[in-house]
Design a protein. Sequence first.
Length: 242
Amino acid sequence: MRWRAVIGPLIAPAMTAQSELSQVTARLAEVQAGIDRAAGFTGRAASDVTLIAISKTHEAPAIMPLIAAGHRVFGENRVQEAQAKWPALREEMPGVALHLVGQLQSNKAADAVALFDVIHGLDRPSLAAALGKAMDAADRRIPCFVQVNIGAEEQKGGCAIAEVPALLKLAKEADIPVAGLMCVPPADLEPAPYFALLAKMARDSGLTGLSMGMSGDYETAIMLGATHVRVGTALFGGRPSL
């Protein structure tokens, strides 16, 4: 029939968009159910846990369905990538909070302070100094998590466990609001002991924020005190190759 030839190309994109939204909504609901379940085991409310949707390497068309499903907290690990896509997205969808979850170079501190709402990678004195100066210049204080190299892995960023107290002191002197501690446990090992250690370090330092847990272990992290979980694959599916 002729009408199918004419209307078909118009209907297909709408059906695809609706299908994508349905899939994203289902994935978001599944992750939120996991947060509810894990929080409930320890007598906490799910609202005590911030779900950060890790959108690194995903372009706007992949991010928009999650925003349309009602999610408003996202994470990126590269300043330049975030600069390329988030200003336009935020114009269309005000109220989005953006977290920097990757390692930050000191020369990008001013850009990070201008764009992000929370920084999860404060891991060395030189970065504390750069962030303090950038916040002073912008007259904007950005909460930061001190990243701890919880598994003492040479290939990973993060402050050594023994150096955390000194870095916290430097952050305070630079008037950087410290939100808590952050870690990425060693891959292929049981994460619970590392999460428990980070939670103890936070308590000993008088901090309440714990950024820990990703797609494969966020429920464990929540049961051990996580206040922020960084979930990418469980929300977006596999990431495109770069």
